[in-house]
Design a protein around this ligand. Structure first.
Ligand code: ATR
Length: 272
């Protein structure tokens, strides 16, 4: 039985063991997937011990994605650009780091929600790690335009500059969104975690806009409630992204692509 785990702090509420157990069962993989807690500052010894004791792969969640990035012997292009790793794999004595968050987001939007990113006007709210982690896969879809809005505008400008080779990115403050509309609005701020709303002006959603919150929750987040009140065409939280990023990690480890929809539906019921 191959051993995997998710490491984080806190970790007790992680849905990853459930998701991977479902994937393993559905694809007939003989594997075990645990939760691994590490004290702050203790990522490296805990991860090292896990791999030294037969661990094959680790998912990494907050606040350790940067530690995992530095821990890996080799990282993929996606992880390098994200400066964060959420998937570690031991192969031939070396640790490989990948980041599947952006792939997960794009798969959820394009495949599950059936909303194209290509040719669309995309607005990303926030300029922290969550947004950095998804920029490359979003730009790879070749949106018509990609706008990053952040409270601290210089952080949005810095991201736009760093990713300029991958596509045209506009960086703005929230005020500059006044009078504009977008086809896809993705909340990548941490506001939903504290039940807050990013300061978006009224009118950015149209009846055919997708409002997507990268955070998932039981009811609608404040951002999704706002989108709903403005009659946005479609609302989605980050549960689909969570399951899709897990599926991509599973594929990296086991070389099998698990089906996701049933697992997402089951999780939705668990959360309700
Ligand atoms: P993460 O890694 O989750 O992205 P982060 O790097 O701390 O976390 O970034 C949090 C993001 O949420 C930032 O874009 C932050 O805006 P600032 O860069 O201006 O701080 C944004 N954010 C958090 N609380 C916010 C609020 N009340 N209103 C608007 N933006 C907020």
């Amino acid at each position: 039985t191959d051993r995997y785990a998710v490491i984080g702090n806190p970790i007790s509420h992680s849905q990853s063991p459930f998701i991977h157990a479902e994937f393993a069962q559905a694809t007939g993989q003989d594997m075990n997937y645990e939760k691994l807690f590490a004290e702050l500052g203790q990522f490296v010894p805990v991860a090292q011990a896990f791999f030294a004791n037969g661990g094959k792969g680790l998912n990494v969640t907050l606040p350790f994605k940067g530690d995992a990035f530095r821990f890996a012997d080799e990282v993929t292009e996606a992880a390098r650009l994200a400066e964060a790793v959420n998937t570690l794999t031991l192969r031939d004595g070396r640790i490989y780091g990948d980041n599947t968050d952006g792939t997960g987001l794009v798969r959820d939007i394009v495949d599950n929600l059936d909303v194209p990113v290509t040719g669309q006007r995309v607005l990303l709210l926030g300029a922290g790690g969550a947004v950095r982690g998804v920029l490359q896969p979003l730009l790879a879809q070749q949106p018509q335009a990609l706008t990053i809005a952040n409270r601290t505008v210089i952080k949005a400008e810095s991201l736009a500059y760093q990713f300029r080779a991958l596509g045209d990115i506009e960086a703005v403050g929230y005020d500059a969104l006044q009078g504009r509309q977008f086809d896809i609005v993705i909340n990548g701020t941490s506001t939903s975690l504290s039940n807050e709303l990013p300061p978006i002006p009224a009118g950015i959603f149209s009846g055919r806009s997708l409002a997507y919150d990268m955070v998932y929750s039981r009811g609608l987040t404040p951002f999704l409630r706002r989108a709903q009140s403005e009659n946005a065409g479609m609302l989605a939280d980050g549960l689909g992204m969570l399951v899709e990023q897990a599926a991509e990690s599973f594929r990296i480890w086991r070389d099998i692509q698990p089906a996701t929809r049933k697992v997402t539906n089951m999780l939705r019921e668990v959360l309700a």
